[in-house]
Design a protein around this ligand. Structure first.
Ligand code: GDP
Length: 429
């Protein structure tokens, strides 16, 4: 099977300057098989304009399905990441294998994520594998947004899915949307942060109609449930945040501004104390634009995540700062064999700047020269001069580098550094 979907770059992307670190989001999608990881990723690409058309999953010709096929045939996986632009941000969507047998691989890729979207099936709720990947994300300190997918299906139930995430996974899911219409009539949400009504129209849900929340803008039941859900959200945030608690007690709902809510959701999501919940149907392309908004709004940038711990050859701690001028420290997170380019090493730069042509010292003591460096775009590697701290990229010319290796510049060899490679404190279970 060939990849016969059309791919085009958004105009001018080749010459786009490096996005500033605070506008980079390194994310993965984690889910139980069949929850809709592929469809959600495809839908994101559709809305960000990276693919000319998106295949229907059931045709088996989508970007991610191609990866599945390669995996089954034992061919190396082509795409370790896909990048796109959303509202001025650069989103690096890193492929995390979702199957239980790829657990080690999942853990490796968790290391490079600053955040994740956990996709659940609104009918099936929490399933065995969702538990596995959820725990891995927790263990590696990966902040999460929850996307309850398949809201169009009969028997879908957002509230019971949320409850089982709380009960079975021990999460703190906070609903930030109330669905409008159920099953095949699902067509919008009430945004509980801004108190806006969002409705999708058009074949691909591409027309987003936004109205102020009022008794006229939604049906009676949705109106009542939205007010209840809003109160629940504020109470949950008040439990986490003293400032919100005080304002809420003194002035009630009206005193708490949407900026306060957003700030608290950002903070406590990054600290793994809560997970904002959104809903939609990626098959019908409803809710995914709001999910992308939430990714850039609530998931942390590389500046806000805990940096990996590193030590030098004498075991002294070394600071890893996400600044382009700092000492270069990178982690190879995936190595693949590309038909045309040979060995391609996917890496994340944690600090400093990695330039093409530079000579590296790897954590296995090898000296290696990078021939070319690439930015990762949808289905395409775009050659660049350098990749800066916080971003991910790919490199050719490296023959001995393996997954999990720390990469340094040869010129820093006397300061030999080893990354513990994990973006978090100690495992929690
Ligand atoms: P993955 O295994 O998590 O990557 O799941 P897929 O994206 O391949 O989806 C699994 C199945 O669920 C496919 O048959 C999809 O067409 C279907 N599916 C995905 N999203 C939705 C949705 O929002 N609604 C409905 N009804 N079906 C969906």
């Amino acid at each position: 099977t060939s990849r016969h979907y059309a791919t085009h770059r958004t105009a001018g992307s080749r010459s786009t300057p490096q996005t500033s670190i605070d506008k980079v989001r390194n994310i993965g999608i984690i889910a139980h098989v069949d929850a809709g990881k592929t469809t959600t990723a495809e839908c994101m690409l559709f809305y960000t304009g990276q693919t000319g058309r998106i295949g229907d999953v059931d045709d088996g010709d989508t970007v991610m399905d191609f990866l599945e096929m390669e995996r089954e045939r034992g061919i190396t996986i082509q795409s370790a990441a896909i990048s796109f632009t959303w509202r001025d941000h650069r989103v690096n969507l890193i492929d995390t294998p979702g199957h239980v047998d790829f657990t080690v691989e999942v853990e490796r890729s968790m290391r490079v994520l600053d955040g994740a979207v956990a996709v659940f099936d609104a009918v099936a709720g929490v399933q065995a594998q969702s538990e596995t990947v959820w725990k891995q994300a927790q263990r590696y300190g990966v902040p999460r947004l929850i996307f309850v997918n398949k809201m169009d299906r009969e028997g879908s139930n957002l509230d019971s899915t949320v409850q089982s995430i709380r009960g079975k996974l021990g999460g703190n899911p906070l609903k930030i949307q109330q669905p409008i219409g159920i099953d095949s009539h699902f067509h919008g949400v009430v945004d509980l942060v801004d108190m806006k009504v969002i409705k999708w129209e058009g074949r691909d849900g591409e027309n987003v109609v936004v109205e102020e929340f009022s008794p006229e803008s939604v049906d009676k039941v949705t109106h009542k449930k939205s007010l209840e859900a809003r109160a629940e959200l504020l109470e949950a945030l008040a439990d986490l945040d003293e400032d919100i608690m005080q304002v809420y007690l003194e002035q009630g709902d009206s005193g708490v501004t949407s900026d306060m809510i957003k700030g608290a959701l950002r903070k406590y999501t990054a600290e793994l104390k809560c997970q904002p919940v959104l809903c939609g149907t990626s098959l019908k392309r409803k809710g995914v634009q709001q999910l992308l908004d939430a990714v850039v709004e609530y998931l942390p940038s590389p500046l806000q995540t805990t940096q990996p711990k590193a030590t030098d050859k004498d075991n002294r701690p070394v600071s890893v700062t996400p600044k382009k001028e700092a000492q270069m420290v990178a982690l190879a997170y995936k190595v693949i064999h590309d038909k045309f380019r040979g060995i391609v090493v996917y890496f994340r730069v944690y600090s400093g700047t990695l330039k093409s042509g530079s000579t590296l010292l790897t954590s296995r003591g090898q000296k290696e020269r990078i021939t070319r460096i690439y930015e990762v775009n949808a289905q395409d590697l775009v050659e660049r001069e350098s990749i800066e701290a916080g971003d991910i990229g790919a490199a050719t010319g490296l023959k001995t580098v393996a997954t999990g290796d720390t990469l340094l510049l040869m010129q820093d060899a006397n300061r030999e550094v080893k990354l513990e490679g994990i973006t978090v404190p100690a495992p929690v279970f």
